[in-house]
Design a protein around this ligand. Structure first.
Ligand code: HSE
Length: 436
């Protein structure tokens, strides 16, 4: 049988890795796919041929649209990233009847509904395993391995750069900017690193996971997103004293009222496996009603780990080239006509426990006033510690953990505490998840 021909858009970190894996493992891949897979064409403005296996066998153009129009190509692999021209390229590839593989989480989270509808119409597949958690096959797990379950919630460390920064800050006391620069040099960080640090990249990925878990359309604009740039070393240290680690977590949960969709720094009990996922590694914890909790761990970024997921998708598409389009695994795990209109909950309606740190005068009655406000709001304190005042200071940090409460209620209590004369500055609030 003729080999399947791939047109690769992008020869950077992931594109280069994809070519190298396809060339290096060609024999093994053909045994799995049932036929050979070759990269016949690629598009890139700049690339280093010395890093690319078999590049002399590939026709390289600097015009990606030329590749998506080429009638010889069966599968277009979009590894350029970003919203545009990736959206136009993918839609044109679909229009030309080509299957698409992409690692582009921003594209799927924002334009996935439109792209999947176009693919459905044309009877082609758009595969996107590498879009979430790099090399971890979490999309396959949700779409196929866990298909028997009612998924209850997912909590994931789904940005390697952010996890690398938090880990280095905690273990080595390194400077935020210095660690970020290293992540960029290693090819982990996004082109705009605020996407990593402010949680936008994780929100793209969580949006995709929520749709796969609950059978809802992609709704990136409804995801609550809070970054890690304001996390201070003292909060990392106080969290440890309470027996917790701070992780940048994406959480999605189906409740009786709707779907929670949120990315924010989170205290997790240190005994949980996911609290011990460090460096650039990712992990996704999925709770299904039949299977219980399952944990998926691995490299969430980088050239070869991401290429592993891209190539797996290329193999999957190759295997299904002759399958009736109506009987393929649906893009968002549920049949397109079965996607449900479940509301995404505003963050004020979400219930979590909290870590609070405030700066208060070291005098009698202050703790009682703070505890009184929390008590009036129906918020129960789980643990409280007053720290030593620094030399010559009259103010002290007061740190506490609360029981679960709705965010709206907590906001009102925080406003009242911040208005006390004995409390200065804004209160630091980090949500706590026990993940049990
Ligand atoms: N910037 C992303 C990360 C790359 O650090 O996880 C993988 O999506």
């Amino acid at each position: 049988m003729e080999p399947v021909k791939v047109g690769l858009l992008g020869l950077g970190t992931v594109g280069g890795g994809t070519l190298n894996v396809l060339v290096r493992n060609a024999e093994e891949i053909a045994r799995r796919a049932g036929r050979g897979i070759i990269v016949s064409h690629a598009a890139a403005r700049e690339y280093d041929p010395s890093l690319l296996d078999g590049i002399d066998q590939v026709e390289v153009s600097d015009d990606a649209f030329e590749v998506v129009k080429n009638p010889d190509i069966d599968i277009v692999v979009e590894l350029i990233g970003g919203y545009s021209p990736a959206r136009e390229l993918v839609l044109e590839a679909i229009e030309n009847g080509k299957h698409v593989v992409t690692a582009n989480k921003a594209l799927i989270a924002l334009h996935g509904n439109e792209i999947f509808a176009a693919a459905q119409e044309k009877g082609v597949t758009v595969a996107f395993e590498a879009a979430v958690a790099g090399g971890i096959p979490i999309i396959k797990a949700l779409r196929e391995g866990l298909a028997a379950n009612h998924i209850e919630w997912i909590a994931g460390i789904i940005n390697g750069t952010g996890n690398f920064i938090l880990t280095e800050m905690k273990d080595k006391g390194r400077d935020f900017a210095d660690v970020l620069a290293e992540a960029q040099a290693l090819g982990y960080a996004e082109a705009d690193p605020t996407f990593d640090v402010e949680g936008i990249d994780a929100a793209h990925k969580l949006t995709i996971l929520a749709s796969l878990a609950f059978g809802i359309p992609l709704q990136f604009d409804r995801c609550f997103t809070e970054g890690i740039s304001k996390i201070e070393p003292q909060d990392v240290a106080y969290a440890e004293q309470f027996g917790y680690r701070i992780k940048h977590l994406g959480v999605t949960r189906k409740t009786g009222e709707g779907v929670e969709l949120r990315v924010h720094p989170t205290l997790i009990p240190e005994r949980r496996l996911i609290a011990n996922v460090n460096g650039v590694m990712n992990a996704v914890l999925v709770n299904g009603d039949a299977v219980g909790p399952t944990l998926y761990y691995g490299a969430g970024a980088g050239s070869l780990p991401t290429a592993s997921a891209v190539v797996a998708d290329i193999i999957d598409v190759t295997r299904t080239l002759t399958t009736d389009p109506g009987n393929r695994v649906p893009h968002l795990a549920f049949q397109p006509a079965e996607l449900a209109d479940i509301p995404i909950l505003p963050i004020e309606s979400v219930e979590t426990a909290y870590y609070l740190r405030l700066t208060a005068q070291d005098r009698p009655g202050v703790v009682a006033a703070v505890a009184g406000i929390l008590g009036d709001a129906g918020i129960s304190i789980e643990a409280i510690q007053q720290k030593e005042p620094a030399e010559g200071q009259t103010e002290v940090p007061l740190v506490m953990l609360t029981h679960r409460v709705r965010e709206g209620q907590m906001n009102e209590a925080i406003d009242r505490i911040e208005a006390l004369d004995s409390v200065s500055g804004p209160i630091v609030r980090i949500r706590v998840e026990h993940l049990s």
